[in-house]
Design a protein. Structure first.
Length: 302
């Protein structure tokens, strides 16, 4: 297979992964009447943890106290990121929720950048957020926006935490252990909100489907794609998450957006792509180190 063909197939894997994430998020929204957002968070984290632990079979001995503290912090971030995302999703359209959430890694990228261009991308993102509001603040539940902003902050913390855990644990071990911590934290909240509904076989099956579509399948596809794609190209494709979320919300949930909201989403995507390209220029000539290096793990929340 040619290099161009390999990159084309890798790009297709990334887009399939994005589609799976948003289909999983749409399934989660459909389950809210039965489980509530915290119930589906618990199901997603529990099934994701079980799958990752079975795949990674992490070694429990031989790690320092600092490494275990990093895993616990990472697990707390995972639980809060997913919880806040689904609490926002209960009140906001899928595309709007993902767009606000993307502001977390975008802001982190801008803050760690240098040069005047970063203010251009910050201004573009701010304009996008204003356009989202101009599309109808009356349609955007205030508490939902706060939850989405909390998810954005958690995603930025996720990037920092995952990079640290990736340095201290081999391959998927750190993510699997952190996911188990997150599942344990989510368990009492999920049981409190969903209660005996969680004993239904159909609900458990749909919860497992959400975990597969939102976490396991996308992560597996991204690992394969990262072996063939430059990091900058991969990050640009991941920046299209708000667009795929808006399409999924429209097709699966009947969520329509005004033209101003669509424009706002487009501006945030443009700011994300611009920030990624600026970062790529700063590190021009550096080869992508592959999934085993000190790269943040890509565990999207959608």
């Amino acid at each position: 297979m040619s290099a161009r063909g390999g990159q084309g197939s890798a790009a297709a894997l990334v887009f399939v992964g994005l589609a799976c994430q948003e289909v999983g998020a749409s399934f989660a929204v459909m389950l809210f009447p039965q489980t509530g957002p915290l119930g589906i968070v618990m199901l997603r984290l529990v099934f994701s943890a079980l799958l990752l632990l079975a795949i990674a079979r992490p070694r429990l001995r031989g790690h320092t106290g600092s490494a275990w503290r990093s895993v616990v912090v990472f697990g707390v971030v995972l639980a809060s990121m997913n919880g806040l995302f689904y609490l926002a999703l209960e009140r906001l359209p899928l595309g709007v929720t993902v767009t606000i959430e993307v502001l977390g890694p975008l802001t982190l990228s801008i803050l760690t950048a240098t040069g005047a261009a970063r203010w251009l991308w910050a201004g573009l993102a701010l304009t996008g957020v204003i356009a989202l509001g101009a599309g109808g603040w009356d349609r955007l539940d205030a508490l939902g926006v706060l939850f989405a902003l909390g998810a954005a902050v958690s995603w930025a913390l996720y990037i920092l935490s995952s990079a640290r855990v990736g340095r201290q644990f081999p391959r998927l071990d750190g993510l699997a252990l952190a996911m188990a911590v997150g599942a344990c934290l989510a368990l009492p909240f999920g049981l409190w909100q969903a209660g005996p509904v969680l004993l239904r076989v159909d609900i458990l099956a749909l919860g497992a489907a959400v975990a597969l579509l939102s976490s396991t399948i996308p992560y597996a596809l991204e690992l394969v794609a990262l072996r063939r794609l430059p990091a900058s190209a991969f990050a640009i494709m991941m920046s299209l998450g708000p667009a795929t979320a808006s399409i999924a919300g429209f097709l699966l949930l009947g969520q329509r957006l005004s033209w101003l909201e669509v424009a706002g989403i487009a501006l945030v995507i443009a700011a994300s792509i611009g920030a990624v390209l600026a970062a790529a220029r700063r590190s021009a000539g550096a080869r992508h180190p592959g999934p085993d290096a000190e790269e943040p793990l890509s565990e999207p929340v959608g």
